[in-house]
Every structure is written in C-alpha cells, then in structure tokens.
Design a protein around this ligand. Structure first.
Ligand SMILES: [Zn+2]
Length: 540
C-alpha cells in the first residue's frame, strides 16, 4: 500500500525544517561499532503452527488453525450497483490433514445462506453456520467428522457494497454534466477480503483465484488476471478471469464500472493498461510512461519476469490510501496516477512517479513473495519505498531522487528522536496492531535503513541478495530475517546481526568522534533524543 498524499506532504514540510543528522556517519561506522544494546527478537503469536481438531476460538483469536489449508477459490460475484448489494457463490478447494467436525474461516458483514462440503467420492455434508462478528469468523459445524483429504467447500452468500472504502465498496462520482455514477471497487489489505467472500484471510494462506464477475452488460469488470471468456447469460455479462498465481487474499481485487482503458502496450510479455472513468484518459500519459519504465526496470533488477499475465493500473474516484498493490490490478487514488503533465508541479509529477513505481515494485516484493504475518508489513512497505527510489532515479537521473529523499529521511529522524518513537519492527498479534506501521518510521526510516545497507554491502551484492530471496520464496511467504539471510549469504557478511539492532531498537545513533589526551581517536555513540540524552558508549 502507499501512504496517503496528505501524510507524505506533511512529512515533507516537516523535513524541510530539519537538518540532516547522523545517519551518514553511522553508516560509515556500521561495521566498526557494535550495537549498544542487545536486539530483541520477534515474538510470534502462539499457535502459529497449532494443529487443532475442535476449531474453537479460545487458543488464538487471530490465527486460524493450520489443519485445513485452502488452495483454490472458484469465486463468482454478482454486484448490483443500483441496490448497493452483491451476491456470491464460491467453491474453496481444501486439504484437510486431521479429522475434524468444525471448519473455521473468516467472514464479516456477510449473510451466508448455504454451505455444503463435498468429498472426492461425492460424499456430501451440510453444516450449521454460526457467524461471530467480534472474531470475524464463521464456524461451520458438521454432524459427522470430516476425514483427512481433499474436500470442496461450497458456499452461497450476500453482502452490501458499503461506503467504508474497504472490502467490496461502492465509489460514486459526478461527470462533467453533473450526473452521478456508481462503480464498485475493493480494498482488502489488511483483513477486509473477508467482507467480500468467506475465506482464510491471512497472508500465508496463499491460493489460486479463479474469479467470475457477473455484471450489467453496460459495465466493464477488471480483476487480477486477464479475461478468459466473456458471455451474456440471462441478460447479464459473465466475465471469467484466468487463474491467478498462488496469492494472498488481501491481494485479490474486483473493479466494476463505466471505465475506460488505454490501449494495451506490451512490456516484455505483459500487456499494460491504465484505467480511468470516462473523460480522464488525457491524464494518463505520464503515469503510463513511468509504469512502463518501472516494470522494465524491475524485471531486470529482480531477474524474474513479471509474475502476472497482465498489468492494469486503475484510478478510482474514492480511495482510502495512495494506492494498493493488488496483483495485476493496482488501484490508485486518482491524484496518485493521473496528472496533467503540462500544468503539474514537479512535486505532483514526482508523487505519481513514486507511487506507480512503488506499486509495481510490490508485484514481486509483496505479491510474489509475501510476509508470513503482519509484523512483516514494515519490510513490505520499506522495501517498496526503497525500490521506488531506485526505479525513479534510473528513469529520471536529472531529478536526483536520492538527494530529495534526504528530506524524507529527515522527516523520519524528526519522529525517531522522540522518546515515544518505536522500533521499525515490533510484535504483532492482532492484525490491527500492524495499522500503526503505516507511518514515517516504516516508509521513510525503513527505506533509509535499506538504502544504508545497500550502500554498505554494495548495490550489485544487494541486488543479488534480493534475487536470491525472491527465488527462494517465490509463490510463498517469508520473514524479515529471510531477507537478511539471503543478503548475508551473497555479501558474505553477518547481515542479520547487523540489521537486528536497526530494526528492533527504537531511535538512531548519534556518533561523536574525538581525539583524546593520548592523541587517539575515540568514537562514541549514543541514542539521539531531543531530551535527556542517554550516556555515550565509548569505542576507543
Ligand atoms: Zn506499499
């Protein structure tokens, strides 16, 4: 996801009032000075690997049991934009590894009307349905135990196209004649896919999505993959999309409305388009240019072809954040994608370039390889911010993007010098705990620390470490430490030990260099704070 425009602008303004502080010095001394304090370790929520057979909520309210693994969603959604409702049917293919009579999955603000479990030998079982609003879970209780093996769970449900800019929501806008139009769009990160369809709504339950959208024939539908077929059935347009790669639920996307696309431009094997509401196509040329340039840049940098079968970038009139990296169907706030390049300020152009490059960077780092749990959100965002700088700098070297990033880093320093700052990564049990990570310490400090590491071990070594990490975890999930391990392996340096102090300690060091009475150079470091500085740790 990308930060909202207003927040980033505020930090830019803040940053311009500050001097750059000690990071360059600290960078030079990285390998010479030991961390002042021992690093803390990430605490995983208990029950991550639990193997329940009763499916109760009591053990971990935030992590679903691991003995039922979904691997495919055949999903059919029929939104009614006039009534602001949708009807859904889905078949979830499951592997059950332990006999159970309860299936637990996530759902909220949905009415589930029918459930049927079908085994490989056509055995069928119905279940009682119980929805718990506080845990956002659906309990399906079966009268007979379900044996281990492959099963298909069939569900029918209904929901509301809400006005909350999350889940499956409606967005309205007025055209130049003052007529109001409605479209439907989705925003699922972090845990709102469960508002659109019952699912295992955790990032490490990756599955293939085969989506069908049934819509008014006047409208157009976009999802994560290319359209496989389109037909008219009972007066409705039935749009079937190709199978996705294995991906997390929070990356699924459905957009339905009167929308128009730029002609598809092939970037390697990937057709790329920008979508707008009618009348805004003239504002797409700048965003299109950076979208093409950054997609090429990342294929080269990561050394892996773009993981989807097409790439659509969609400007949505009502959108909560700056943009969202849904695989193959990136959604944007209009001002983060569309710009009049003749009239725009440099800041407006830079903002569009940054956000487009940021979201494209996520197609690999975030979508192809995904954090295991939400404590890894900072790395997802810090890395995409770092990569957005690299890509924009390569595209427009005359912008000196890394120089300008110094003001963003200073904004992070401004917050990080407070006693109330936080470490970049912290333990996350409830997904909502991670919401506090969408801030300057994740995006700007996180990206600064990655830039420092890249400069320390060298850009080519860093790139090769990133490639190693992506190859090792493609289509799967990984933790922060997995990236350090890959970088350390390629760099032949103790990167995990080096980075832990930066990631798990709050604040940043202020380095002092002095010549003592014996004529020796003494380096000391202390945590920088605006008030009551801590004692220095000398390193003669
Ligand atoms: Zn992001």
């Amino acid at each position: 996801m990308s930060e909202s425009l207003s927040r980033r602008q505020v930090f830019r303004i803040l940053a311009q009032a500050r001097f750059l502080l000690a990071l360059p010095v600290a960078q030079a001394l990285l390998s010479a000075i030991a961390p002042a304090d021992a690093a803390t370790s990430t605490v995983r929520p208990e029950g991550e690997d639990m193997n329940l057979d009763d499916g109760t909520d009591s053990i971990d309210p935030y992590r679903l049991p691991r003995h039922i693994i979904p691997h495919r969603y055949d999903l059919r959604l029929e939104p009614d934009l006039d009534r602001a409702t949708f009807a859904g049917r889905e078949t979830i293919s499951l592997m059950i590894t332990q006999a159970t009579s309860v299936i637990l999955l996530n759902a909220v603000d949905l009415t589930i009307s029918s459930v049927m479990l079908e085994g490989s030998s056509s055995t069928r079982q119905n279940a009682t349905i119980e929805l718990n609003d506080s845990t956002q879970r659906c309990h399906l209780t079966f009268s007979h135990p379900i044996a281990p093996g492959e099963w298909k769970l069939h569900l029918a449900f209904r929901g509301t196209l809400n006005d909350q800019l999350r889940g499956f929501y409606r967005s309205t806008y007025r055209d130049s004649a003052g007529v109001t139009h409605t479209m439907a769009a989705t925003q699922f990160e972090a845990t709102d896919a469960r508002r659109a369809f019952p699912c295992w709504d955790e990032p490490d339950f990756k599955a293939v999505f085969a989506t069908t959208l049934v819509i008014d024939p006047r409208l157009t539908a976009v999802s994560n993959t290319a359209v496989a077929s389109e037909s008219i059935e009972a007066g409705k347009k039935v749009v079937r999309f190709a199978d996705s790669i294995k991906m997390s639920t929070y990356l699924a996307a459905f957009i339905v409305g009167e929308i128009e696309a730029t002609p598809p431009v092939p970037v390697g094997k990937t057709p790329l388009r920008l979508w707008t509401i009618p009348g805004k196509q003239p504002l797409t040329s700048f965003g299109h240019e950076i979208a093409v340039a950054s997609l090429k840049f990342f294929e080269e940098y990561y050394g892996i072809p773009y993981p989807g079968d097409k790439l659509d970038l969609l400007a949505i009139p009502d959108f909560a954040s700056g943009a969202m990296e849904n695989l193959g169907a990136i959604t944007f706030r209009e001002t983060a994608l569309l710009v009049d390049r003749q009239r725009a300020t440099h800041g407006e152009l830079e903002r569009v370039a940054d956000v487009v490059a940021h979201e494209n960077a996520h197609m690999w780092f975030g979508d192809l390889v995904t954090m295991s749990w939400w404590n890894g959100l900072w790395l997802n965002e810090a890395f995409a911010t770092f990569m957005e700088m690299l890509a924009v700098d390569a595209w427009k070297p005359e912008w000196k993007r890394w120089d300008a990033f110094g003001t963003s880093r200073a904004a992070a320093f401004a917050v990080d010098g407070l006693h109330s700052t936080r470490p970049i990564e912290y333990s996350v049990q409830a997904p909502k705990d991670a919401e506090a990570m969408f801030d300057v310490l994740t995006y700007e400090k996180g990206a600064s620390v990655l830039r420092m590491l890249e400069q320390h071990i060298g850009p080519i070594v860093f790139r090769d470490g990133v490639r190693d990490y992506l190859h090792a975890h493609a289509y799967g999930n990984a933790d922060t430490n997995d990236l350090w391990v890959s970088l350390g392996k390629i760099a032949k340096q103790p990167v995990p030990e080096l980075m832990d102090s930066w990631i798990f300690q709050p604040g940043y060091p202020l380095i002092t260099a002095e010549i003592n009475q014996l004529g020796r150079l003494v380096l000391s470091q202390q945590r920088f704070t605006y008030l009551n500085p801590s004692p220095r740790t000398p390193h003669p």
